[in-house]
Design a protein. Structure first.
Length: 80
């Protein structure tokens, strides 16, 4: 499981298509179930067991919940 924390309330965070996880070889790691809101702005992203090494998590197509529904910049980070 990977947890994602957003700095503000967002929409689209429970949509699996908005996340991509790749291993060191560039192979996609499947999301293994539903993404859920844990608490506040923290979301749980279920994945099969990660077997060590580094993974890249990319998050895209997320919007804040303001009246303008601003699209957040796409974000990538290394997860290990």
């Amino acid at each position: 499981m990977i947890e994602g924390l957003f700095s503000e309330a967002v929409s689209g965070a429970t949509t699996a298509a908005n996340y991509e996880i790749k291993d060191d070889n560039g192979d996609t790691v499947a999301i293994d179930g539903s993404i859920t809101n844990v608490t506040g702005n923290t979301y749980s992203i279920p994945v099969a067991a990660l077997n060590g090494g580094s993974y890249t998590l990319t998050i895209k197509n997320i919007k804040d919940t303001s009246i303008n529904q601003n699209k957040l910049a796409d974000y990538s980070s290394t997860v290990s």
